[in-house]
Design a protein around this ligand. Structure first.
Ligand SMILES: [Zn+2]
Length: 116
């Protein structure tokens, strides 16, 4: 099973532009963005998705702090943003991740460019 977060990003093999990080979560700019501004927020420990989320107090606190920091950054710079998380068949990577995004959509769900 491909899991770019556990295999590449969390161990530091694939360098990412980190915006916010604690012992349990990290937020970084998507390496191949689907929107003009596209931030990914992940737990550092593997969790499949929100449907298996452990509801851990420290993780809850860190996740919402990451969400606050990232959404404030995009709101301050661009006026607003959207946050989403896919589950099950909607996930291309089976590691829980939130997308916080703003601006024009650059690529479709399969990753193909929408730019003419
Ligand atoms: Zn994982």
């Amino acid at each position: 099973m491909q899991d770019i977060y556990c295999q590449q990003i969390i161990p530091g093999k694939l360098k990412v532009d980190v915006i916010f990080e604690t012992d349990t979560v990290m937020a970084f700019h998507h390496t191949q963005p689907y929107w003009e501004n596209h931030v990914v927020i992940i737990p550092k420990a593997h969790i499949d998705s929100l449907s298996t989320y452990p509801n851990d107090a420290v993780l809850n606190k860190d996740f919402f702090e990451a969400i606050r920091v990232v959404t404030k950054l995009l709101e301050d710079n661009y006026g607003g943003c959207r946050i989403s998380s896919n589950v099950g068949d909607y996930q291309t990577s089976k590691h829980l991740h939130w997308y916080v995004h703003q601006g024009e959509r650059l690529r479709d769900e399969s990753g193909d460019s929408l730019r003419k």
